[in-house]
Design a protein around this ligand. Structure first.
Ligand SMILES: [Zn+2]
Length: 184
C-alpha cells in the first residue's frame, strides 16, 4: 500500500514537472539530434547531376525527417528559435536540404530577431522560385528551391540594405556547406 502511495506521488510529480515545461530541454536535444540526420541522403548521390524533379512523395518521405518533409513538401513552418541555423554564424554556403542546390551565402545572413535564418539576398536569382502565396488569409511571397521545388520560406520587404529584402527561411530546408561536407 505504501509503495502505491509513493508511485502515485511520483506520477503526480512527473506530470507537474512535465506540464511546467521542464522537460523541454530534453525535447530540444532530441530535435537537434534528428536535425543532424538531415541531408544524409545527399552523401549517396552526385547531387548536382541527380534528376530531383522526378522524385515522388514516397522517395522524399523515406529520406527526410518528418518535420523536414512537412516543411519542404507540405509548405509547413518550423517553430521559431528551434531550428539548427537561426543563430548560426559559421561562414559558408547554405544548400537546399532536399537536393543540395546552393541557395544562400553566410555573408548575406543577418540577425532579424525572428527565430528563423534570415538573409537579404540569394546566391543567384535563378536558384530560387518566387511565387505569391495568399493562403491562411495573408498576402505573402513564397520562396522555393528552383531545382527540386522544396518549400523554403517567404520573402518580405522589410530587410536591410542593399536589397531591402528579408528571406525568412526554415532551418530544416537548409544544410550548411560544412555540415554537407561532413556527411561526405
Ligand atoms: Zn532543392
Amino acid at each position: 500500500m505504501k509503495k502505491l502511495k509513493y508511485l502515485a506521488i511520483l506520477i503526480a510529480l512527473t506530470f507537474t514537472v512535465n506540464t511546467m515545461g521542464l522537460f523541454d530541454f530534453l525535447k530540444k536535444t532530441e530535435d537537434i539530434e534528428v536535425q543532424k540526420t538531415i541531408g544524409s541522403h545527399l552523401e549517396k548521390v552526385d547531387y548536382n547531376k541527380e534528376n530531383w524533379s522526378s522524385k515522388d512523395k514516397t522517395y522524399w518521405k523515406k529520406v527526410m525527417t518528418p518535420l523536414q518533409y512537412n516543411v519542404t513538401r507540405e509548405d509547413g513552418t518550423e517553430r521559431a528559435f528551434t531550428g539548427r541555423y537561426w543563430d548560426e554564424k559559421r561562414p559558408g554556403v547554405y544548400h537546399c536540404s532536399a537536393c543540395g542546390h546552393e541557395l544562400f551565402k553566410s555573408e548575406t545572413k543577418y540577425k532579424s530577431g525572428t527565430g528563423w535564418p534570415s538573409f537579404y539576398d540569394v546566391v543567384s536569382k535563378g536558384n530560387v522560385k518566387i511565387e505569391d502565396d495568399s493562403r491562411f488569409g495573408m498576402k505573402r511571397t513564397e520562396v522555393s528551391c528552383a531545382r527540386c521545388g522544396a518549400h523554403l520560406g517567404h520573402v518580405f520587404e522589410d530587410g536591410p540594405k542593399p536589397t531591402g529584402l528579408r528571406y525568412c527561411i526554415n532551418s530544416v530546408s537548409l544544410i550548411h556547406s560544412e555540415d554537407l561536407m561532413n556527411k561526405k
